[in-house]
Design a protein around this ligand. Structure first.
Ligand code: TXA
Ligand code: MG
Length: 323
């Protein structure tokens, strides 16, 4: 049984002895272990049923630490790190020798992130090692944004969940690969492309987030499966084609649908704010994963700000994918 608490010394003690602890971050909750302890890292893959080909992100507390985890930090990476770390950005860099190949799934590169959450930053500062941590959900399911979400699914598999409240971004980090002075976007996420573009040039060719041939191995189209069939598109049109509307769930940005019971529809943001929508997305998918719902109709978000990352997750959650 996992205990839930806010006690950093307890988390330090479990992690130091090679056990797992779920940690809060501003994006989603992570399932953490000592990144330099292979026996501890193996437990992450086991607890999540995660295939060994899917590499983990290494979490640390300061830009200075990047040089210990990466063997090379190009200027562009520094520029990005100084501006956006701590924050919802993961940089893929050449790995240092200290990082076990188990963490990177055999790749010569490692994903590094500084989470912007006070409890977890405090924890990381008290540890003499960084933390390898994927999202704290069973492989293929929706990521958790509260301690309760983690407990609902991993309760028997981990000893401790550090409770830092609801994640205030609510969608995973944006993943950027830096090669020399070029950058590639491997996963759309909590850092909007518009913000990145203030520092680096990003063209369509630099966005490699296709789910059929993912550059980030965890970005398979079967991800974010909420346990129900999801159809992404025009909700009103899709709804017309369904005769029995009593078992339909709806996720929209703002629109309400009178033909659907109120508890089966979720508006992600009353004011149409895409950051608020991102914050609510994964809870919404979980809430509609209920026995009285058979299918979920989801609305495509406007394609700016975090709308792009929300559409990416909904597409991966959706029945056929759309790519
Ligand atoms: O916001 C986040 O990034 C959260 C929090 C907990 O930090 N973490 C997260 O981890 O989403 P995870 O494991 O669910 O997704 C990380 C993805 C992997 O699936 C993989 O696609 C990509 O990051 N990744 C990690 N290391 C990589 C590498 N060396 N090369 C390419 N992709 C990598
Ligand atoms: Mg994940």
């Amino acid at each position: 049984m996992a205990r839930i608490g806010k006690d950093i010394p307890t988390a330090v003690s479990y992690l130091t002895q090679g056990d797992l602890v779920a940690i809060p971050t501003e994006t989603v909750y992570g399932l953490a272990a000592n990144a330099y302890d292979e026996a501890a890292v193996v437990k992450i893959f086991e607890a999540k049923n995660r295939p060994a080909f899917d590499p983990l992100i290494v979490h640390t507390h300061s830009v200075q630490e990047l040089e210990k985890i990466a063997r090379e930090v190009p200027d562009v990476a520094y520029k990005l790190a100084e501006r956006f770390m701590p924050g919802p950005l993961t940089l893929i860099l050449p790995k240092s020798e200290q990082v076990p190949l188990l963490v990177t799934s055999g790749h010569d590169s490692v994903g590094i992130r500084i989470p912007n959450h006070p409890l977890t930053l405090d924890l990381l500062k008290q540890l003499p090692f960084p933390l390898a941590a994927p999202s704290a959900n069973p492989f293929g399911y929706v990521s958790p944004t509260t301690a309760q979400h983690v407990q609902d699914q991993l309760d028997q598999r981990i000893p401790y969940i550090l409770d830092g409240g609801a994640s205030n971004i609510g969608i995973e980090s944006t993943i950027i690969r830096v090669i020399g002075d070029e950058v590639e976007v491997l996963r759309l996420g909590g850092l909007a492309l518009e913000e990145l573009e203030e520092l680096v040039q990003i063209s369509r060719a630099n966005i490699k987030t296709s789910s059929s041939n993912p550059a980030a191995p965890g970005m398979l189209s079967s991800h974010y499966n909420p346990g129900k069939k999801v159809f992404l598109g025009h909700v009103a049109q899709n709804l017309e084609r369904i005769e029995d509307k009593s078992r339909v769930g709806i996720i929209s940005l703002q629109q309400q649908f009178s033909a659907i019971p109120a508890h089966h529809q979720i508006q992600l943001s009353e004011t149409g704010d895409l950051s608020e929508a991102a914050r609510n997305l994964f809870s919404a998918l979980r809430r509609l994963d209920t026995p009285t719902v058979d299918i979920i109709l989801a609305e495509r978000m406007p394609e700016h700000g975090l709308g792009l990352a929300i559409n990416d997750r909904l597409q991966r959650a959706s029945f056929q994918g759309e790519e």
